[in-house]
Ligand binder design. Structure first.
Ligand code: AMP
Length: 419
């Protein structure tokens, strides 16, 4: 499909062609026609799928085609995003795609002076991209009016909820007209997101885009059967291995992330050997949504520089992490959805390097392990011998279509040869 089959106006087609976009991505093909029709949308998609353009293009088109008469510029589109980085990125996309239109907007986030943001609002803008906290601040000061909003977008809704923005978001939505178009994007769809979506969307179109799985073949995947109580010992045992250089460890909750980080720093043998001061050397850092943006950036930076060996993270906090040369991804806990496993292991085996993914599997995790194997159409290789092995029976073989298996193997061989 071509962009000009999507009924987009010329100024938009010109801008995207200058951006070098040759054809719309799947989410753009699926979403743009419905959004131009004014439908609500529930999008399950990650960053990297082209989702920003999928909502920005039809919104800019509406803002351009339906300009109100008079000189006043009421805010007609509000986009809420969890972090200042994402808000800025979305705002930049609006500016890029809308550069041949006359729309005007502002990006609003905390941690900086509110003055320029308040000035821009006073001059009048067609769209606002904001993080919820600062927006609510400005609303409370009477500096933002949202009673003309026609389109509301919630981007990375799961992350916003995880960061505790739900109350702020509900307060913001309360002042937006009920008759509006609402779009909600989320990378995962746990129950609380579905419940929240149901409460704010009207007859939405649902669109799901799963990222491709190119890295699956580039990653060696192993499973260790282990009881929960021995997971920490197993992790330390593995990290003592000399080939574990830059390791990303995934846990399901903030609490476990913190615990693992603490244990790893406590157990560092280098500390004892050097007789150094306690707490001086750190082997691990933790990132999750309970940490401040600065703490997260600092942890990530240390990980990138190789100052720490291990980054312990929740899925949501780890999203968008782009660190070269992660050689091992360890699933301290299995994810709740099999697709998340693919996102996780996609962090290793990058740029042609072969990565290793290790999953700790308790008895309760067995059904999830099978689901993952079905999804990736591949076996996870069980490491039978290790000091903390539990007596879970070996897995039943997953039925894998021999044709798919042969195709996967051929593809992996091709990739290997190319390198
Ligand atoms: P997003 O998922 O919105 O963060 O987009 C990911 C990246 O894909 C951004 O760098 C966009 O500029 C780029 N992008 C979006 N749509 C297209 C397209 N149709 N063709 C090529 N690149 C695109």
């Amino acid at each position: 499909m071509e962009f000009d089959e999507l009924y987009l106006i010329k100024p938009l087609l010109k801008a995207i062609s200058e951006e070098g976009y040759e054809e719309p991505t799947p989410i753009q093909v699926k979403a743009i026609p419905h959004l131009l029709d004014g439908r609500d949308l529930m999008g399950c998609a990650q960053t990297g799928t082209g989702k920003t353009a999928a909502f920005a293009l039809p919104i800019i088109q509406k803002l351009t085609n339906e300009r109100p008469k008079g000189r006043r510029r009421p805010i007609r589109t509000l986009v809420l995003a969890p972090t200042r980085e994402l808000a800025t990125q979305i705002y930049q996309s609006f500016v890029t795609y809308g550069r041949y239109t006359k729309i005007r907007g502002v990006v609003i986030y905390g941690g900086v002076s509110q003055r320029p943001q308040a000035d821009a609002l006073a001059k009048g803008v067609d769209f606002v991209v904001a993080t919820p906290g600062r927006l609510l601040d400005l609303m409370n000061q009477g500096l933002v009016r949202l009673d003309s909003v026609q389109t509301l977008v919630l981007d990375e809704a799961d992350r916003m909820l995880d960061m505790g923005f739900i109350v702020d978001i509900r307060k913001i939505i309360r002042v937006i007209p009920e008759k509006r178009q609402t779009l909600l994007f989320s990378a995962t769809l746990p129950k609380d997101i579905l419940r929240f979506a149901n409460s704010i969307l009207t007859d939405p179109v649902s669109i799901e885009v799963t990222p491709e799985m190119p890295t699956v073949e580039l990653t060696d995947q192993y499973v260790y059967f282990v009881e929960w109580v021995h997971k920490m010992d197993l992790l330390k045992h593995l990290l003592a291995h000399r080939d574990f250089y830059r390791v990303l460890v995934f846990c399901e909750t903030k609490h476990t992330v913190d615990r693992v980080e603490k244990e790893l720093n406590r157990s560092d043998p280098a500390k004892k050997k050097s007789g150094g001061r306690r707490g001086k050397y750190r082997r691990a850092e933790a990132i999750h949504s309970g940490k401040t943006q600065r703490a997260r950036e600092r942890a990530l930076d240390r990980f990138k520089k190789g100052e720490i060996q291990v980054l312990v993270a929740t899925d949501i906090a780890a999203r968008g992490i782009d660190v070269e040369e992660i050689d091992h991804v360890i699933n301290f806990e299995f994810p709740k959805e099999p697709e998340v496993y693919i996102h996780r292991i996609g962090r290793t085996g990058r740029a042609g390097a072969r990565g290793i993914a290790i999953s700790f599997c308790t008895h309760q995790d067995r059904p999830m392990m099978r689901k993952i194997e079905m999804l990736i159409k591949q076996h996870l290789e069980v490491v039978a011998e290790h000091p903390f092995k539990s007596d879970i029976r070996p897995p039943q073989p997953t039925v894998i279509d021999p044709k798919i298996r042969a195709r996967n193997l051929a593809k992996a061989r091709r990739l290997r040869r190319r390198r």
